[in-house]
Design a protein around this ligand. Structure first.
Ligand code: F0G
Length: 355
């Protein structure tokens, strides 16, 4: 008798994944994240349409990366790897570290020195990874770890590894199952372009299987200081406060372009100010706290509605909130006024509350 106990993505969807099934899945019961209706946020964007938030920050290490890491680490174990490596703006590092710990593998992560949010660094350290800070960008790190993987037996677990996409594509299926069909539009931030590629793969497979009647139009967003796909030009020194997507030369650039073209979608850049406006708005209207990079997708949606690229009336939108707000506490606290300080005295409190 099945207990109905949710045991993670390979347990649930493994029969539809192109990965080895020769070993026990390495899982933290990732996936199965909520799809939260967001009517107040939709209203703030002008209203007249349905908006849902896929809250990927509720994965075990706080980001969507866990979907791809269960498959990448399981495949690495099946391949006999003893160690794994990745370059990361932070979330991949924390996720790789956790799944490697669970599998008993050694893990090394390369991060751009000083450009990684505190909660991600804390995770990678806590899970016991060898954390190496490089004097360079994510793109430099990715080049280095690709070369290391070529010259050694260390397995690369960045999203250039196809096993990563096999896990990440499942979010498209969860959304389709929850809504009974694909949404009209899918909005998401784009960095190294693994996730946009994975969603497109997932929706295509669901469509071919007859699970959905249509595929969504994809609306990507990049930070203005790190927008190579938008401008069509590699960015040698990417810069944005949304450090997760501070990437100038995405590995899956061409696949992102294919997804955008095939879906009749669009990609645009958003300024850090627009990102932080959306970041505050989603938390204050819906009680959903995401990290700044995640809010880039929402900022992109707002911009696309305002400039007429998207006609939202009567349509159904899903925005992917890729990481939890607590990953980057500095962004929340340092950009806001300090809390009011008062004496431990009720009269002082009444005065502060203006009652
Ligand atoms: N949102 C968050 C929170 C991310 O951490 C990332 C990527 C993205 C969006 C963009 O996804 O790269 O698949 O286009 N983070 C990677 C990392 C690069 O190292 O954690 P993408």
């Amino acid at each position: 008798m099945s207990s109905g106990h949710y045991l993670g993505l390979i347990h649930r969807y493994g029969h539809r994944m192109d990965i080895s099934r020769s070993v026990e899945p390495v899982s933290l019961c990732e996936g199965n994240t909520p799809l939260i209706p967001a009517p107040r946020l939709a209203g703030a964007f002008g209203g007249g349409f349905e908006l849902f938030l896929k809250y990927e920050g509720l994965n075990p290490t706080g980001s969507f990366k866990d979907r791809g890491m269960t498959t990448a680490i399981t495949q690495a174990v099946a391949d006999g790897a003893k160690a794994v490596i990745c370059a990361s703006t932070g979330n991949t590092a924390a996720s790789a570290a956790a799944y490697a710990a669970r599998a008993g593998l050694t893990c090394a992560v390369l991060v751009p020195d000083g450009k990684i949010a505190l909660g991600k660094l804390a995770g990678a350290i806590a899970y016991g990874a060898h954390v190496i800070a490089i004097e360079g960008s994510f793109d430099d790190g990715l080049r280095m770890v690709r070369e290391v993987a070529d010259r050694s037996t260390i397995a690369l677990v960045n999203s250039v590894n196809p096993a990563r996409l096999q896990g990440q594509k499942t979010a498209a299926w969860e959304i389709s199952e929850a809504l009974g069909d694909a949404p009209d539009w899918l909005c998401l931030p784009v960095g190294n372009a693994g996730n946009i590629s994975a969603y497109w793969l997932g929706f295509n497979e669901a469509f071919e299987a007859g699970d959905i009647t249509k595929r969504p139009q994809v609306l990507g967003a990049q930070a203005a200081g790190a927008a190579p796909i938008v401008t069509g030009k590699r960015v040698d020194h990417p810069e944005t406060a949304a450090t997760a997507i501070r990437i100038g030369n995405p590995a899956r650039w061409q696949q992102a372009l294919d997804a955008l073209k095939d879906s009749c979608g669009n990609i645009d850049s958003v300024t850090d100010e627009q990102i932080f406006d959306a970041y505050r708005l989603v938390a204050r209207t819906e009680g959903v706290f995401c990290e700044p990079s995640s809010a880039a997708g929402l900022a992109g949606l707002k911009k696309a509605i305002e400039n007429g690229v998207v006609k939202p009336e009567g349509k159904r939108f899903v925005a992917i909130l890729t990481g939890h707000g607590l990953k980057d506490p500095d962004s929340a606290v340092l950009n806001a006024p300090a809390p009011l300080r008062i004496a431990a005295d009720t009269d002082a409190l009444l005065k502060a509350l203006n009652v």
